[in-house]
Design a protein around this ligand. Structure first.
Ligand SMILES: Cc1ncc(COP(=O)(O)O)c(C=O)c1O
Length: 401
């Protein structure tokens, strides 16, 4: 899979006359199909939080995906789109009694957990449900580690699933999440080891699982790091490690073992892009005495680029193919100083207020992390394209930075 800007997306971005986020449904469907070729036999439960956009969810559901929901509201959205309840699980270990009861009423029967307190609540409000226990991982190697808040130790997992069985629930599985935008294949090797050790420990308590959930974490390919350098995760090696790991876990289990994954970012990030525009390119003396350029855009941390503190997005300045470039800090439009990328980036010196800017690989965690109007900057409208929906011919691209 490539993260290069494809013609469909470029055409839609060029055609947009105001700010919006565009999702390429053909690209997302292709990404799903690629994942299925790499990991046949794995059931995908798309992590809705990464892109809770109806058209995107429908596109993935049409390919055969189910959904990982983090709240009753996400469950209700998936149901409204026609997704059967048995293809939705409640993947958030953090939930109130009311959340559990609502999910159960909506027909969801599979719940993530990581504590005996949560198990007791599931038994009370979703009697007879299937539970899987999330193991804690270090999060090392990921841009967002997701460690500490979720997951438990091997010993705790045994206690949790034993308590589940005693409470009339089905101790069905184990899960891990190696951290979002995981950059190392070793993280998957460690996760598989943890799963294997816990399965052996569970066997001593006569608990045999019917599935493992390998979580999210698969990376996107189109990001730059905080310093503006291309991130190059070893995706092929990750898939190879996952295939080996799955084989190992299946060989270890005393019963058939289904394998589930909850990718979010990997399926959508590189197939969404934002059409923003230039507010102003300025030059000012900084507190250190140096003069610096700042490029302010219409879009930033609070309206689509929430993840800008950990990574840089590639930018395209259409129409600016030639001419001088200057090094600038790129920032969003709000009065918040966090609303800026960390790195200096080359930008065309001739940029003028109103010029369009394309922000690439912005399809994940963009719509879900937009504020309702911080400083009066409301959420971006979204639009979708797919094969057959676009006009012919790409728009005028510019140099990508
Ligand atoms: C439980 C769970 N599953 C899946 C995901 C998706 O992760 P990613 O977008 O890194 O694939 C997340 C993200 O936070 C998560 O919390």
């Amino acid at each position: 899979m490539s993260a290069e800007l494809d013609t469909r997306l470029a055409t839609a971005l060029a055609a947009a006359s105001s700010d919006c986020i565009v999702f390429d449904l053909t690209g997302i469907a292709g990404q799903y199909d690629h994942l299925m070729r790499e990991l046949p036999d794995v059931a995908v439960r798309f992590a809705m939080k990464a892109c809770p956009v109806d058209e995107v969810l429908t596109c993935l559901a049409d390919r055969g995906a189910g959904f990982d929901a983090a709240s009753p509201a996400e469950i209700a959205q998936a149901l409204r789109l026609g997704v059967p309840a048995d293809l939705i699980h409640y993947g958030n270990t953090v939930k109130s009694d009311e959340n559990i009861a609502d999910a159960h009423r909506l027909g969801v029967r599979t719940f993530a957990t990581d504590s005996v307190q949560d198990v007791a609540a599931i038994a009370a409000h979703a009697p007879g449900a299937r539970v899987y226990c999330r193991l804690a991982t270090s999060g090392e190697g990921a841009l967002w580690g997701l460690s500490r808040k979720f997951g438990c130790s091997r010993e705790d997992a045994v206690a949790v699933l034993t308590a589940a069985r005693a409470a009339g629930l089905t101790p069905a599985g184990l899960s891990v999440h190696v951290g979002s935008q995981q950059m190392t294949y070793e993280a998957w090797q460690q996760a598989v080891e943890q799963l294997a050790e816990t399965m052996v420990a569970l066997r001593e308590h006569k608990i045999v699982l019917d599935h493992v959930n390998l979580g999210g974490g698969l990376p996107a390919l189109g990001y730059l790091d905080r310093h503006g350098r291309r991130l190059e995760p070893p995706l092929d090696k990750m898939f190879a490690v996952l295939r080996e790991g799955i084989e190992h876990l299946r060989a270890l289990n005393d019963a058939p073992l289904d394998v589930v994954m909850e990718p979010g970012r990997h399926l959508v990030a590189d197939h969404g892009a934002i059409r923003a525009h230039v507010y102003r390119l300025t030059e000012r003396r900084q507190p250190d005495g140096e003069r610096a350029h700042w490029l302010y855009l219409s879009c930033g941390k609070f309206n689509g680029l929430y993840e800008m503190d950990e990574l840089c997005h590639r930018l395209v300045f259409p129409g600016h193919t030639e001419g001088e470039y200057v090094s600038a800090v790129v920032a969003g439009p709000t009065c918040d100083s966090d609303d800026a990328y960390g790195a200096h980036r080359p930008v065309p010196k001739s940029l003028a207020s109103g010029d369009p800017v394309w922000v690439l690989s912005a399809g994940a965690y963009a719509t879900s992390y937009m504020t309702q109007g911080f400083n009066g900057f409301g959420p971006l409208a979204h639009t979708v394209v797919h094969d057959g929906s676009g006009r012919a011919g790409a728009g005028t691209g510019g140099r990508e930075t």
